[in-house]
Write a protein that binds this ligand. Sequence first.
Ligand SMILES: [Zn+2]
Length: 1019
Amino acid sequence: MAVAVAASLLPFFYHLLVLSASRWLYAGAAYIAYNTSGSLVPGKINVHLVPHSHDDVGWLKTIDQYYVGSNNSIQGACIQNVLDSVVEALLKDKNRKFIYVEMAFFHRWWRQQSDTTKKSVKGLVSSGQLEFINGGWCMHDEAAVHYIDMIDQTTLGHQFLKQEFGQVPRIAWQIDPFGHSAVQAYLLGAEVGFDALYFSRIDYQDRQKRTDTKSLEVVWRGSKTLGSSVDIFTGIFPKDYEPPPGGFYFEVNDESPVIQDDPLLFDYNVQERVDDFVAAALSQANITRTNHIMFTMGTDFKYQYASSWFRQMDKFIHYVNKDARINALYSTPSIYTDAKHAANEAWPLKMDDFFPYADRANAYWTGYFTSRPALKAYVRMLSSYYLAARQLEFLKRGSYGLTTNSLAEALAIAQHHDAITGTEKQHVADDYAKRLAIGYTEAAKLVESTLTSLTESHSSSGHDGGDAVTTKFEQCSLLNISYCPASESEIKDGRSLVVLVYNSLGWRREDIIRIPVISDAILVTDHEGKIIKSQLLPINSASLSLRKTYVQAYIGNSPSVTPKYWLAFPVTVEALGFSTYFIRSSETRGTHAFMSIVDSSQGMKNSTKEVEQGNLKLQFNHDGKLSFYFNKRSLVKTSIEQTYSYYVGNNGSEIDPQASGAYVFRPSGKFPIESDKVPLTILEGPLLHEVHQQINSWIHQITRLHKTNEHVEVEFIIGPIPSNDGIGKEVVTQFTTTMDTRKTFYTDSNGRDFIKRIRDHRSDWNLQVNQPVSGNYYPINLGMYIEDEETELSVLVDRAVGGTSLVDGQVELMLHRRLFHDDSRGVAENLDEEICIDTKCEGIIIQGKLYIRVDPLGKGAQWRRSTGQKIYSPLLIAFSEEHGGNWSNSHATTFSMMDHSYSLPDNVALITLQELQDGNVLIRFAHMYEADEDKNLSEMAYVDLKKIFPDKKISKIVEMNLSANQERQQMEKKKLKWQVESSPSADTVVRGGLVDFTELVIELGPMEIRTFILNFNNT
Ligand SMILES: [Zn+2]
C-alpha cells in the first residue's frame, strides 16, 4: 500500500522539480520596486491607510515600564521599539506615513536621541511623514476628568510640539476613551482649533443605527451656548480602532496572511489578498458617505517592529492600485479630513454627548465613573493645588530652581483614560499616586518659598538686620484626614501658630476653615490683633480611627499626639491674595474658642430633631434620617430624605457572563443600608452645627451647616466595604424628594456645561433598555440637579463620581465600589483596593463630601457655579510659628495681587495664570454660565486686566487658541467650516470682541473661555 502511493506521487514530484528548477534558473532578479506613491483618485473609493500605535500612558504596566519594555510577562510592549523602528521604516520610503499621539512617551524618547536622529525626525515631521495628532501629554479620559485638567494636559503636549517642531496638531484622536463628552467636542476640539475628532467607542445600539443610516460621520455641535461656532467634524470608526475585518494585522507574531508575491516561492497569494482588501474596502464604503474611507492600521502597542507592517502596506498599495478597482494610499487623519471636506457634503448634526457607553447589552461602562474614588479625589485636589501653585510661581518670578513641572507632568499623565478612570492594574494606580505625591512635594516647596518671600518682602524691617531668620512655612497635605503636625503641636507661651490662608479665586472670599488642635484653651486673632470668634468641635472616633490607620500607612509611623478638636474659625481673604491669622494659648478655656454643645439623642425614641444655623433649618425624623429642609430667606421648604444602599456587583455567573468590574457596572439587586434607628450626635456652636451619624458599622456621616453658607455639607466615611461574604458591593447614597421631575435630570460635562438627561431615553435612537440602572448612569464632575415647577435640588461633588435619577424626585450618586470579579475588558484584576500596614490589609476607606441645596426654580445656577468654583479651589492653608509677638512688624499679613478695589465679575473664573519658559505669561478666563442659565449672570462679562495687574505694565497681549499654540485669529482663519444636513434655525452666538490694547478689557460671552499670552517685559 505504501509503495503504491509513493509510486503514484512520483510524476507529481518530478514535474515540480523541473518547474522549480526552470524558475530559479530563468526568472531573473526577485526585487520588486513597490509603487507606494498612491494619491487621491477622484471618482474611486479611496482607502486611507492610517498607520498608528495606540500607546496607553499606563494600564497593565506603568508608563515607564511601557516605555523601556520591562515587565513583559504582563504585556510585551516597548514604546522605544515603536519609535525607533517607525523612524527607521519611514526613512526607507518617503511615501510611508505614521501618526503619533502621546507626548508623555514621545518626550521620553526625544530626550534620548542623538542630534543626527533628531535632525532626521524633524525632516520626517516637516515633510508630513510623521504627523503628531491630538498631541496632548496623554489621550485623556472624557468622563472623570475636569475641563481644567483636560486643557492643562493638552497645553503641556502642545507647548512641547510647538517648541521642538513648530508643529500645531490639527486633529483630535480620542480613539479609546469609553464614551465621549460634549466638552471634548467643542472645547478640546473646536476651541483648540482641531479640524476633526475621531474615536471608536459609542453605544452598540447607537452604532447599529448609525451604520444602517450612514451616520457614523457627523458634525458635532457640543455646546448649546456656542452653537455652530464650535461645530467639529467627527468620525466614528465602524467597529474599533484596529484594521478592518479580513486579516490585516501585521505585527511580527500576528496571524493575518502576508502578501506572498515572489513567484519563485510557494503560496503566492497576491490576487487573494487584493480581493480581501477590496472586499473590506467595499464593505466599509457601503456604510460611509463620500468615497473616502479610513483603515486604522494598528492597535495597542503595535509597530514594535514597524517594517512588518509597512512591508505589507507597501504591497497592498502597489497591487491594489494595479488592480485598479479601488485606490489605496498612505494617509493621515489630516489628509482624510481634508478629503472629506473637499467632498462638499452636508453631514448629520450631533448634539449633546456620547454617554453612557455600552459595548453589549449588559455591559454599560458606567462603573469607571466611580472606580478608585481615592485616586479620583487625589487628582482633583492636586489639580486645584497646581492652579494655585502656578499663581504663586508667577508672583515669585525667578524662583530658586523650584517649579511646578513635575506636578504638571504627573497630573497630565493621571488624566489618561486608564488612569483617573480607575481601569488600570493596582501597581499602576500606585505609580500614578506616587508621581502625584512627588509632584506635590516639589510644588509645595515652591509654594512655601513663595509665601516666605511674599510675606518678607513687604516687611518693614526686611533683611537688613544681619540676624534675620527666614520664615518657614509648612503645609498639611493630610489635613483632610485630620492630620496636621503644624497645628497639633503645643503652642507655648509667648508663641503663636501663624495660619496663612491663600485664595486662588478672583473674588474676595469668606469661609470657615478647620484645623486639628490638641488644646481647648486657645484663641484666634486676625492680623490686627482682633479676637476672632472660633469654635471647637470634638473630633469623632470614626475620623480618629481613619487618621490613625492612614497616617501609619502613608507616613510609616503613628503620630505621637492625637488632636482632640477641630478648631473652626471664619476667614476673609482678598482675591489672589492671603490673610494671616494667629492662634495663641489662652489662660481660660472655653472663653474665646467656643466649645460646641454636644447633644446626644441616643435612645430618645419617637422624637424629631431640628438643627438650625443661619438661614437653614433641617429636620431629622425619629429614625434619625434627614427628613425636611427649610430656608428662611428663600422660603424654600421641601421634604428630603437621605438614604444609603448598595448594589450587588454581578459575578458573571448568570446567562451572560458579564461581571461588574473596574469598567462595567452590572448590578444584580439593590439593598438598602439601614438600621432601624440611626442615633444622632449633634454638635452646636456659633459657626457650625454638625450632625454625626454612624449609619452602619462601615459608614459614618456628618451633616454640616455653616453659618456663612446656605447649603448642607455631607461628609462621609465609607469603608472598608465588607468582603467576608465574597459579594461585591457598589455603595450609593440617594436624596429623595417629592418633586415631580418627569424622568428628567441634569448632569455636567467635565465640570462645565449641564446636559439634560431623560431616564431610559436617548435623543439619537430609540433606546432598548436592558440595564435600567447602569444604563441611566452618567459621569458627574461638578454636580447634578433635578427640578420641578417650583424648586430645584442640586448636589455638588468633590471628585468625579457616577450619578443618576432612577426615581422621580431623587438624585443618586455612587460613592465607592469594591468588587471581586474582573469584568473582562483587559485589566484582568478585581477592583478590590486595599490598604496595608505591614502584612495586615483591609479594603480602603473613602472620605469625601457632597454639597446639597434646594432653591426656588431658576435660582440654583448661581449657587452651583460659584460654590462649584469654591469646591474646586479650596483655600490653601500654610502654617508658621511666631516668636515674641512681632510677626506683624516684620511680615506682610495681608496681600492681594489685584487692585484692592477690584474683583473678577461674579460670572468669570481665572482658570490659568502661569509664567511660561520664555518669560511670557499665559492667562485664561472662563465665563461660567451658559446662555439663559441665570437671569443676570448669563450676560457678557468684562475683565479689567489693568486692575488684575496694578503693579505691572502689560507691553503686549495676544489672544491664543485654547491650548495656546497658535494665535486665535490665525486659527479661526484656517479652521474648516462644515455643512450640516438640517441645521436648526440660525443661532446667535455671543462672543467677546477683540481686546483694545489701550483699554485692556477682556469681554467674555456665556461659556466662553479666552486664552491670552501677556508680556510684561518692558516695565
Ligand atoms: Zn487606551
